[in-house]
Design a protein around this ligand. Structure first.
Ligand code: SAM
Length: 440
């Protein structure tokens, strides 16, 4: 379809929020369109994914009885977004869960049983980490490269991985089309930059920012990213393509053109859940506010059936740390990571795993905060809730005076909060200033 024909019916300048977004839902029935219009009047739904590595469903449900457990997904709980309160709890700080839009959490739940043991994943547009982290919480055996073109946003991925104690995420920031890697990956996640029309209920600004020009401008970027995803995926590997756009052009049309360019790409069928709308020509699914209990996301899972089945080269530089982690020297620091391959040696990582040392954080503590989340050679001291809240504010806390005068890891319900130095029952606070907070 020519560009001018595609734009028919749209104003080419920025639209105001009066634009009727239901006109984009050409793949929906009249009934679904009515539900969408009604749904836009309601509140955005948020959710969390439990981190089973450090928290339990029983404790979560006891601490937050208002959470609504998803009927298909054992790790997903919905809640009404009230001024980010769940994000300001001690349990969140301690890494007990990750907050994301429920529609975003769904994609990984479909991928969980489709990947081989110890698979390796690449997320091309990962920040702040939602898709990769949701996947990691379900499949901790995977190794995850999480990239985002925006450096500041990529730092957020690392911050989240650190909070959740995920020692198998290697973070980097590079324009994905400049990534030079062979067809290595079992999974390539491409959550592409898009016009954002699926998020208009959650972020009303997306409605006033939306225009057909924006859609058109993003199409070649999405196309190039799909080509990069193809290049990096190994034979029989999966490409998980998603957008938060309701527009056919960015979703099914983009996928259709991709399959035309690469006839070996096959759509992986998935069993739809309540409220999911089948995409045009059976290409993927839309989750749409008012129809699905979440915000707007389109996704499709694609299998690359031809090409190389490349094998990784193990790294001689990584040394055994414990049963789970390896120690790796990178730039002027050491990192703990579950696996590392020589094939990644030239990538510009921000953090290839959990950082061990940091002389700048606290003059009296040689370790980076990250280290306390995964190390196994520092004594742990359990705090009650009140003391834990005091600790995360940056205060000194009192502990049992029989504890040796040494560096300790403070925990709450066995979840690691951070480091401190015990001196005669008073713990000096080593939590980095940027992490200190008033929590509930
Ligand atoms: C939808 S967001 C990713 C959200 C993330 N996958 C998650 O689940 O938390 C899209 C990302 O694409 C990145 N991006 C923007 N323009 C880009 C471009 N031209 N090429 C590659 N990535 C881009 C943005 O920095 C942004 O983080």
């Amino acid at each position: 379809m020519s560009k001018s024909k595609k734009n028919k019916g749209f104003v080419s300048k920025k639209q105001t929020s009066t634009f009727d977004f239901s006109s984009l839902l050409t793949y929906c029935s009249q009934d679904e369109i009515l539900k969408f219009k009604e749904g836009l009047k309601g509140k955005a739904v948020s959710s969390l994914i439990l981190n089973p590595l450090i928290y339990t469903a029983k404790r979560l449900e006891e601490a937050f009885p208002d959470l609504k457990k998803d009927k298909d997904d054992p790790l997903l709980y919905r809640f009404v977004k009230e001024e980010g309160r769940m994000g300001k709890t001690l349990e969140h700080f301690a890494g007990g869960f990750y907050i994301l839009d429920p529609s975003s959490g769904v994609i990984s739940s479909y991928l969980t049983n489709l990947l081989p043991k110890d698979f390796v994943s690449l997320d091309l547009c990962a920040a702040p980490g939602g898709k990769t982290i949701a996947m990691d919480l379900r499949r901790p055996d995977g190794l995850y490269l999480a990239n985002d073109i925006a450096f500041d946003r990529a730092l957020e991925i690392n911050k989240n991985a650190q909070r959740l104690a995920l020692g198998n995420i290697l973070t980097l920031s590079i324009d994905p089309v400049k990534l030079s890697l062979p067809s290595l990956f079992d999974l390539v996640i491409l959550d592409a930059p898009c016009s954002g029309s699926g998020m208009i209920r959650k972020e009303p600004k997306m409605a006033s920012d939306w225009s057909m020009d924006k859609v058109t401008r993003l199409l070649p970027i999405q196309e190039n990213l799909l080509e990069k995803a193809y290049e990096c995926t190994k034979k029989n590997g999966i490409i998980a393509y998603s957008t938060c756009s309701l527009s056919l052009e960015e979703d099914e049309d983009q996928v259709k053109a991709f399959i035309k360019r690469h006839p070996d790409i096959q759509v992986i069928p998935v069993e739809p859940r309540e409220g999911m709308v089948l995409g045009k020509d059976g290409l993927g699914y839309h989750m749409i506010p008012g129809i699905y209990d979440g915000e707007g996301i389109y996704f499709v899972l694609l299998r690359k059936t031809q090409g190389d089945a490349y094998k990784f080269t193990s790294s001689k530089d990584a040394r055994i740390y414990n049963d789970y982690l390896m120690s790796l020297d990178y730039k002027d620091n050491s990192y703990l990571v579950t696996r590392f391959y020589q094939d990644f040696a030239n990538l510009p990582f921000i953090a290839p795993g959990m950082k061990v040392y940091d002389k700048s954080e606290h003059p009296k503590c040689e370790y980076d905060h990250s280290y306390c989340k995964v190390c196994d050679d520092i004594e742990k001291v359990e705090l009650d809730r009140q003391s834990a809240l005091q600790y995360v504010q940056g205060n000194e806390v009192k502990v049992d005076s029989s504890i040796a005068d040494e560096l300790v890891i403070l925990t709450y319900q066995n979840m690691r909060l951070g480091l401190g130095k015990n001196i005669k029952g008073k713990v000096k606070n080593y939590l980095p200033k940027g992490l200190r907070a008033n929590l509930y």
